[in-house]
Ligand binder design. Structure first.
Ligand code: MD3
Ligand code: FE
Length: 203
């Protein structure tokens, strides 16, 4: 029997169509100020298939020479990240018990062929505050494991408008995206999927 880790919450269809459309426009404005770039694996320089940008005081970035890190500026333009849209700050406040605001909002853009390998999110000093994830566009097959890479995993689909809270035991769980299902949403005119993750970075 599969059991979800304690602290994992999946809220299917939490955002209605109008809220999703409004969020896409806000993300378009973020991307206009902070263009999507192609992140690279540390040391090998192997490109990730997901393109990324951020908003917030800190952004998660990775490249061959400096590896995984948070920094206050865009790795290509050198500009400060644009602010997190107020609607996302309000969502964070309404869903989480914490009084600490998010510092980073990572924007992942998946083409219909992109994926993300199994990994842990551990570049934050704060491992306690939950991560809040929002999905927009095509449905993906998401995989969630345990705190050890060898732990059994379970798969679930994340559709446009779904919200996931990764708190408690799920905060340090391995996870990844195995595939995107093309043409499962009409939200993004050119297909693909956007995932937003709001995070607390510093203690
Ligand atoms: C479980 N993003 O940005 S979202 C990531 O769909 C990331 O783009 C995936 O993994 C995506 O790091 C998954 C759901 C998610 C986000 C953060 C987590 C699951 C998580 C952090 C800890 C555990
Ligand atoms: Fe992750």
């Amino acid at each position: 029997m599969q059991v979800l880790p304690k602290g994992f919450r999946h809220l299917p269809g939490f955002l209605d169509r109008a809220a999703q459309e409004a969020l896409v426009e806000e993300i378009r404005a973020v991307v206009a100020a902070a263009p999507l770039y192609t992140p690279e694996m540390p040391r090998t320089g192997q490109p990730l298939s997901v393109r990324m940008t951020n908003c917030g005081a800190l952004g998660w970035v990775t490249d061959r020479t400096q590896g995984y890190r948070y920094q206050p500026t865009h790795p290509v333009t050198g500009a400060a990240w644009p602010p997190i849209p107020p609607s996302l700050l309000a969502l964070w406040q309404s869903l989480l018990a914490t009084s600490k605001p998010p510092e980073a909002c990572l924007v992942n853009f998946y083409s219909d062929t992109a994926r993300m390998g199994l990994h842990q999110d551990k570049d934050e000093a704060d491992h306690e505050t939950p991560v809040l994830s929002l999905s927009l566009g095509n449905t993906c097959l998401f995989r969630l494991g345990g705190q050890d890479r060898k732990d059994r995993t379970l798969s679930l689909k994340l559709a446009s408008g779904d919200v996931v809270v990764l708190g408690g035991d799920s905060r340090m769980a391995f996870h990844g995206v195995d595939r995107i299902y093309p043409a499962t949403s009409t939200l993004l005119k050119n297909g693909g999927r956007i995932n937003l993750t709001l995070r607390r970075v510093t203690i």
